[in-house]
Design a protein around this ligand. Structure first.
Ligand SMILES: Cc1cc2nc3c(=O)[nH]c(=O)nc-3n(C[C@H](O)[C@H](O)[C@H](O)COP(=O)(O)OP(=O)(O)OC[C@H]3O[C@@H](n4cnc5c(N)ncnc54)[C@H](O)[C@@H]3O)c2cc1C
Length: 513
């Protein structure tokens, strides 16, 4: 196809699209910017994979195993600089060999899908959820059969069946180690520092035909005979990216994710192919980030403290929610608190009770603070405070003294009368009594995003007209609507690897029995 015919057809395609959509939807998504095809491609291959996290590397291996050629382009410097590497090693899957080995577990992909959708307030899109839940066991088994280090099954809140496959190390690095070896065995080379800059799209055929990657004079074009798998992660890689995409959290809390994950590839897909994005405002945000060094920081498992006599208060010293609320459901309430944060408070007895249940280093400062670092943070008194009196605690933390005193009296009465007149808690057993008092300030910990491109159950990207764009697949965190309104633990790592695994198969012509 010549440059001229491409742009003419493209113009006609866009015009037809305008006419078709005009009556119902004045905001047309069809691209008017698709670049012309290069006169000569620098590289030709069967499949282009963009990104080298769990999703991208799973996809690349399946392409080669199907006897096809693959080129992997990555904006970053290493697979160890990805969200997958940062993750806690929790992979939810149904029907794995490990799960089947326990006859007491009666799980099904339908039950798994229902759990995801219920947890996400039925805001999920069923196609990626079904594509994930149907194939998650198979994808996990592939990793286990290819050297994934030791793991076990554990129950996890939000899942009605035991399906959380947890690495003994609690580290996503295990997946990366496994996949890096698998890529090496297949002689797959990753082209780092070579992020996507254009997608070549043929509107007449409704097909993606190749990419341009890299910057300046390092740019290369690559024809993709079968298509492209976009596995470029989410948008929580930097505070700037998070704040741009989710202005409701701008300026607040921790932003943590693969450092190159800023949504650029998604916007290139919008610009060059005209695919719509969906669910961009949804992020997985835990109400427990301890902000240090700007917008960095670890998190605190405050629910262990509140289950042992602690309470949650805002800067006015007031409780603002029942401490029994599901943790991700607490996060939206922080927006209405002064400074957008909250504090967990315990007296000495409550603190000691907590530490009989969980080690200090598993309670505060996850994933990396040592017990010594935590003690140093208490001494520094910027986010963690230990004080002999409530007066001193309020002076140092900035929490309102009168408000907190009144709140403690109200709470202690609720314990005495077994009647929480504020938020209806029924399990309160311990009053806030003698000091020293412990207090930790927490903000949202934004660690994964839930928006991106829409896909079919086979991970084909949907165009402006909700029809699959030929040859265009997506996998991992860049896919919209898996989690709906709330992410439930394990489903993101599970989804990334499973969708990558299946996209790599489907793009090479795999058909289910
Ligand atoms: C601290 C932390 C803990 C987590 N713990 C868990 C957990 O225990 N369980 C769970 O289910 N989920 C967890 N998650 C979420 C989960 O890890 C991720 O959703 C998942 O790993 C994403 O995989 P991915 O392959 O889609 O993205 P990534 O692993 O981030 O890979 C994206 C790749 O795309 C590349 N890229 C980005 N932009 C471009 C571009 N323009 N062009 C080319 N390449 C590009 C990046 O460099 C990278 O190689 C956690 C996340 C974090 C941050």
């Amino acid at each position: 196809m010549t440059k001229e015919t491409l742009s003419r057809r493209h113009f006609l395609g866009a015009a037809a699209a305008t006419a078709a959509a005009g009556a119902a939807a004045p905001a047309l998504a069809a691209s008017t910017n698709a670049p012309a095809l290069p006169a000569k491609w620098d590289i030709e291959t069967d499949v282009v994979v963009l990104g080298c996290g769990g999703a991208g590397m799973m996809a690349a291996c399946q392409v080669v195993d199907a006897g096809k050629k693959v080129e992997v382009f990555d904006a970053g410097v290493s697979p160890y600089h990805t969200a997958t590497n940062l993750c806690g090693g929790l992979f939810t899957a149904c029907g794995s060999k490990l799960q089947k080995a326990d006859p007491s577990i009666k799980d099904s992909w339908e039950a798994f899908a229902e759990d995801i959708m219920a947890y996400g307030n039925y805001m999920s899109l069923k196609e990626p959820v079904y594509g994930f839940t149907k194939h998650s066991g198979e994808a996990f088994d592939w990793l286990a059969d290819h050297g994934l280090p030791a793991h076990h099954l554990e129950p996890y809140a939000g899942h009605t069946h035991k399906r959380a496959h947890r690495q003994e190390t609690f580290k996503g690095r295990d997946y990366i180690d496994t996949l890096v070896k698998q890529l090496a065995e297949r002689k797959i080379v990753i082209r780092h520092k070579c992020g996507l800059s254009r997608i070549f799209f043929d509107p007449a055929e409704n097909r993606v035909v190749g990419v341009e990657c890299g910057k300046g004079d390092k740019k290369v074009t690559c024809r993709a005979r079968l298509g492209i798998i976009m596995a470029t992660g989410g948008i929580t890689g930097s505070p700037e990216s998070l704040d741009r995409w989710v202005p409701s959290v701008a300026g607040k809390g921790v932003a943590i994710g693969g450092p190159n994950n800023d949504g650029t590839a998604m916007m290139i897909a919008v610009r060059d192919v005209g695919v719509p994005l969906s669910h961009m405002q949804y992020i997985a945000s835990y109400p427990c980030g301890i902000v240090v060094n700007g917008r960095n920081g670890p998190y605190c498992r405050w629910w262990f403290i509140t289950n042992n006599g602690g309470i949650l208060v805002n800067k006015n010293g007031k409780r603002f929610i029942t401490e029994k609320e599901g943790i991700c459901h607490v996060t939206p309430h922080l927006a209405h608190n002064p400074d957008g944060c909250h504090y967990v408070l315990a007296d000495q007895a409550g603190w000691e009770r907590t530490l009989t249940k969980i080690k200090l280093s598993a309670l505060v400062g996850l994933p990396s603070w040592t017990a010594e670092r935590i003690e140093a943070e208490f001494k520094a008194g910027k986010n963690l405070w230990k004080c002999d009196t409530i007066e001193e605690l309020c002076e140092k933390s900035g929490v309102n003294l009168e408000g907190l005193k009144t709140q403690i009296a109200t709470w202690n009465k609720a314990v005495e009368t077994k009647n929480d007149t504020q938020f209806g808690r029924t399990d309160q057993q311990w009053k806030i009594g003698k000091g020293p008092y412990y207090m930790i300030r927490m903000f949202p910990w934004n660690n994964l995003s839930c928006g991106g491109v829409r896909v079919t159950e086979h991970f084909e990207v949907l165009g402006w007209d909700m029809k699959p764009v030929k040859g265009f697949y997506a996998a991992g965190e860049t896919v919209a609507g898996v989690h709906g309104a709330f992410y439930c633990g394990g489903n993101a790592c599970g989804f990334a690897h499973t969708s990558g695994y299946m996209a790599g198969k489907y793009i090479t012509g795999y058909k289910e029995a």
